[in-house]
Design a protein around this ligand. Structure first.
Ligand code: NAP
Length: 236
């Protein structure tokens, strides 16, 4: 029976684990960042592997036949590790990356660049860039609304935190942005329908959007844009 390792932490990774036929042994791997994760179907392992060497050793020990890197487009470290480990262990790797947002917005290459740009756009900022991003946004003259799954370790006094993992609706996002008098939205170019409601809401309200570009995929690794593309590639 072929064994597939899915590097997960996304809705697509969960969907992939649930649609593969029982002729596959499927192991999903989660980083363990979220306190109460939504678990995929089938076998699940949680926690880091110990860098590329640890992942390569795991691939050999579990006799993994194929790895699907279905991690979040901004989880750059694990994706780089997967490319190195798969090359070392001679295991085929497929990257599953949903397409990015079509919105133009104010495109920036990094969270640092987003923080630099913000004061020119507004002082009441809706941050949807994850709890670990809060350290980049330190302007004392700005008020931040941070939406994230888990509470950040440290919350400065000019930051309000809303804990929510969605799904979100356009009407709900409009109401939230109005309630908090939001002047500018910051998002990563994560892509996916789940999070697109905020973009439509911002457009409806005429609120500028700062979009942080995603890091590139390792050159030479095949990329699929959907779960269906991955299954077609695996099963034919
Ligand atoms: P990262 O910076 O790319 O990875 C840091 C380290 O975490 C990796 O070196 C690896 O540790 C471990 N790791 C990450 N993903 C793993 C996985 N699926 N299974 C086992 N170990 C994993 O990752 P991140 O940005 O912190 O994201 C962590 C997880 O949250 C990912 O699974 C990702 O899909 C999910 N996520 C991330 C974001 C985001 O914006 N970054 C958003 C939503 C969900 P070792 O080196 O010890 O193996």
């Amino acid at each position: 029976m072929p064994t597939l390792l899915i590097l997960g932490g996304t809705g697509e990774a969960r969907r992939l684990a649930s649609v593969l036929p029982p002729t596959y042994r499927v192991i999903s791997s989660l980083a363990g960042r979220v306190a109460d994760p939504v678990l995929p179907a089938g076998e699940v392992r949680i926690g880091g592997f110990g860098g590329p060497a640890g992942l390569a050793a795991y691939l050999r020990a579990e006799r993994i036949d194929t790895v699907v890197d279905a991690t979040h487009p901004f989880a750059a470290q694990i994706s780089a590790n997967a490319a190195l480990a798969c090359a070392e262990a001679h295991v085929p790797l497929i990257v599953l990356r949903r397409p990015g947002y079509a919105v133009a917005g104010h495109r920036v290459p990094s969270l640092e660049a987003a923080a630099e740009l913000l004061p020119s756009l507004g002082r009441r900022v809706f941050l949807t860039t994850g709890r670990q991003s809060i350290g980049h946004f330190r302007d004392p003259g700005t008020h931040y609304l941070l939406r994230c799954v888990d509470e950040p370790d440290e919350v400065p006094s000019n930051v309000d935190v809303i804990r929510d993992r969605g799904p979100f609706t356009v009407d709900g996002e409009v109401a939230l942005m109005r309630e908090h008098a939001i002047e500018v939205l910051v998002t990563k170019d994560s892509g996916g329908d789940m999070t697109a409601a905020k973009l439509e809401a911002a457009e409806r309200l005429g609120i500028p959007v700062v979009v942080v570009d995603r890091p590139p995929v390792t050159p030479g690794v095949p990329v699929c844009a959907s779960v269906e593309e991955v299954t077609a590639r695996l099963i034919g």
